[in-house]
Ligand binder design. Structure first.
Ligand SMILES: *[C@@H]1O[C@H](CO)[C@@H](O)[C@H](O)[C@H]1NC(C)=O
Ligand SMILES: *[C@@H]1O[C@H](CO)[C@@H](O)[C@H](O)[C@H]1NC(C)=O
Ligand SMILES: *[C@@H]1O[C@H](CO)[C@@H](O)[C@H](O)[C@H]1NC(C)=O
Ligand SMILES: *[C@@H]1O[C@H](CO)[C@@H](O)[C@H](O)[C@H]1NC(C)=O
Ligand SMILES: *[C@@H]1O[C@H](CO)[C@@H](O)[C@H](O)[C@H]1NC(C)=O
Ligand SMILES: *[C@@H]1O[C@H](CO)[C@@H](O)[C@H](O)[C@H]1NC(C)=O
Length: 628
């Protein structure tokens, strides 16, 4: 009954809005099960967008398209690890210019639902938590552990003062702020931690602002994720009974607005698993049912975007599952920011409940197929170890983790010598899944195969005593969801050769991006193993968005003009192309492509630039050992 009343009042509310008083307010009307904005009933229809997954020059375009879809708000996560890459080092410029992004949303008349974490999930590297937290190996993440709280306090002391003047009630556009994220899905269920966050958010943001939590529909999730004084909301996709789903929220909030903080428009992709989709019809129908109930909704995602560089996260669910570079999410705006049929289906539904803005939807940005570009073998990674090492090699009897070496992402090389001559092949093995996450094995610089977490824990090798054994270990993304984020990287246990524990390591922390410089080519010394390739192409004066395909390549990283586009892994799939934003290309100078191939390159190394993405290519969930 309360619901119906709220819908009626909502209509009147629109009229009332035109004569609002000067006092800005945003709060909860428990009597009428609504939000109140400036004293009038208000409902948000929102979409999630991640500034950190979209090139900065495109932010405004994407927000405009969201506004033109009939949304009145956007929901925005803040990834702590993107803004504080090292303890006490804060970055808020260019693609990290959170305030600039919020200004653009305000300019377009969009309200903001802010989700500052400190944990965000988001299928982002470590769910937004900085990996440097794990330099204290006994830290207990997302709990009232003092080491964790101390780091959180320092960060919130930087972030929340930037937010306060931007609250709606203080003249800005942020109507509400989420505390933590799906905390009930985490094993700890530590109410002291939630109480600490509530007190900290209140002390920086004041008593007035609406603070809320978001959790899944399970009893245990809502129970461990919610706390008095934080408005409890839920998240669910179109595949559930929507009436029943909101009944779950009602168990925790008997009165007040119904809110789905994450209505899933699509889903994420894992390497080696089929491409995820949700049909327009199913998404539109569920949205209509939500809006008919008078509920508030945020669509997750409205635009997904891209995990450039090394920023993808991973799930842990019956094994380690890294997320693909593309975060297209099958969402209403594609990875490249183009309106899809799903967007129009959603807009039609929204139009039944509120007036759509006048004027046309901006069209898709043009795409160009720049075609075939040959690449030349350039230099082996082992030949430029001094250039890409971030410190002199560390001598250690036993392996050290990335975190112990204070390296968050990318690659570390572990080197030792074969302790004895092996005539008949012997197993080199990583007991207890000790390789996090992939190790490329080299003997005297020659690629011999790969060890992979949860997939391949041993490989037969042979060789003379004193042969150099290298393991180039790749961090495929810290776990972002599940019961445990203490996901140390590198060789996290000892390796054994037969019955011998390998010791006496030289460990090289690496920043391979340092090698991606146009001062090349350097001469290739005829080495093998992980190898850089280079090529150039010109755009004929028109730099537009494109997609790069890596035909016949195995596994690696690709850069355009020094910008790290992300990981490629066509032998695993399902993603076969990477998004190349036009603004990263030069219209006049030759554009420089760099490819790092970790396993096996094709016989005629080349890439193809296409005018459309290929996200649903072959995928194999079984491991394939690729031999050179
Ligand atoms: C959803 O659940 C409600 C309440 O239990 C029930 O009345 C309704 O028939 C269900 N709807 C569908 C489509 O199953
Ligand atoms: C190693 O070699 C042995 C003997 O040839 C073989 O039985 C075993 O399957 C091999 N293991 C792997 C992981 O290749
Ligand atoms: C989380 O993982 C770390 C590292 O593997 C381990 O030490 C810790 O016991 C785990 N915690 C839980 C609750 O499983
Ligand atoms: C490796 O083995 C040595 C010697 O047995 C042991 O002291 C050390 O703790 C082991 N390291 C790991 C990470 O298991
Ligand atoms: C590509 O590299 C060359 C030097 O090898 C440089 O002159 C050129 O400006 C680079 N192109 C771009 C777009 O940066
Ligand atoms: C993906 O490709 C497979 C195999 O070609 C096909 O069966 C499936 O329908 C495709 N899925 C989507 C969402 O296009």
């Amino acid at each position: 009954m309360g619901l119906r009343l709220c819908v009626l009042v909502l209509l009147l509310g629109d009229l009332q809005l035109q004569v609002t008083s000067a006092i800005r307010s945003f709060n909860i009307d428990y009597e009428n099960n609504c939000f109140l904005k400036d004293g009038a009933p208000f409902r948000y229809i929102s979409g999630s967008i991640h500034y950190f997954r979209i090139p900065t020059v495109y932010w405004k375009d994407r927000l405009l398209k969201m506004y033109m879809s009939g949304l009145n708000a956007v929901e925005v996560y803040v990834p702590w690890n993107y803004h504080e890459p090292l303890p006490g080092v804060y970055m808020f410029a260019e693609n990290r210019d959170l305030e600039g992004f919020l200004d653009l949303a305000a300019e377009l008349g969009l309200l903001v639902i802010l989700r500052p974490g400190p944990y965000i999930c988001a299928e982002w590297e470590m769910g937004g938590l900085p990996a440097w937290l794990l330099a204290q190996p006994n830290i207990v993440l997302r709990t009232s552990d003092l080491d964790f709280l101390q780091a959180v306090s320092k960060w919130l002391n930087v972030l929340l003062p930037k937010i306060k003047p931007r609250l709606y009630i203080n003249g800005g556009n942020i109507i509400s702020v989420q505390v933590e994220n799906e905390y009930g899905s985490y094993y700890a269920c530590d109410y002291d931690y939630l109480r600490y966050l509530r007190a900290t958010f209140r002390s920086y943001l004041g008593e007035e602002v609406v603070l809320f939590t978001t959790d899944g529909l399970k009893e245990s999730e809502l129970q461990c994720g919610s706390l008095q004084g934080l408005y409890a909301t839920v998240d669910f996709g179109p595949d559930v009974n929507i009436t029943k789903a909101f009944e779950r929220q009602r168990l925790y909030e008997p009165k007040g607005p119904l809110v789905n903080s994450e209505y899933y428009t699509g889903w994420l992709d894992y390497w080696g698993h089929p491409h995820s989709t949700r049909t327009d019809e199913v998404v539109a129908k569920g949205l209509q049912a939500i809006l008919e109930l008078g509920a508030n909704v945020n669509m997750y995602m409205f635009q997904g975007g891209t995990n450039f560089g090394y920023w993808n996260g991973a799930d842990y669910n019956r094994g380690y599952k890294p997320i693909t570079t593309s975060y297209d999410y099958d969402s209403p705006l594609s990875e490249a920011g183009d309106p899809t049929t799903k967007l129009y289906a959603i807009r039609t539904v929204i139009g039944k409940f509120s007036a759509l803005p006048a004027g046309p939807m901006p069209p898709p940005t043009p795409k160009i197929a720049y075609g075939y570009v040959p690449l030349l073998q350039c230099i082996a990674l082992l030949d430029i170890l001094p250039i890409i090492s971030t410190s002199p090699p560390i001598h250690s009897s036993f392996p050290l983790t990335f975190e112990a070496l204070k390296q968050a992402q990318g690659f570390i090389l572990y080197r030792t010598l074969l302790p004895y001559t092996i005539l008949e092949p012997v197993l080199l093995s990583a007991p207890e899944n000790g390789v996090h996450d992939i190790a490329y094995i080299l003997l005297n610089g020659e690629y011999k195969g790969t060890l992979e977490r949860d997939k391949m824990n041993a490989i037969n090798i042979s060789g003379q005593a004193g042969t150099t054994l290298d393991l180039l270990v790749e961090n495929m993304g810290h776990i972002n969801f599940g019961s445990n984020h203490s996901d140390f990287k590198g060789l996290i246990h000892n390796l054994t050769l037969g019955y011998t524990i390998l010791s006496n390591w030289l460990i090289y922390p690496l920043d391979v991006d340092l090698a991606v410089s146009p001062t090349w080519p350097l001469p290739n010394k005829g080495s093998t193993g992980p190898m850089f390739y280079r090529g150039t192409f010109t755009t004929g004066g028109i730099n537009q968005d494109s997609y790069i395909k890596l035909p016949g390549w195995s596994k690696g990283q690709v850069w355009i003009n020094g910008f790290n586009l992300g990981r490629f892994w066509p032998v695993r799939g399902p993603q076969h192309t990477l998004f190349v934003p036009g603004p990263f290309l030069s219209a006049s100078a030759p554009n420089n492509i760099t490819v790092l191939e970790l396993q096996a390159a094709p016989e005629q190394p080349h890439v193809l630039f296409l005018d459309r993405p290929l996200l649903n290519g072959t995928s194999s969930s079984t491991h394939k050992v690729v031999e050179l």
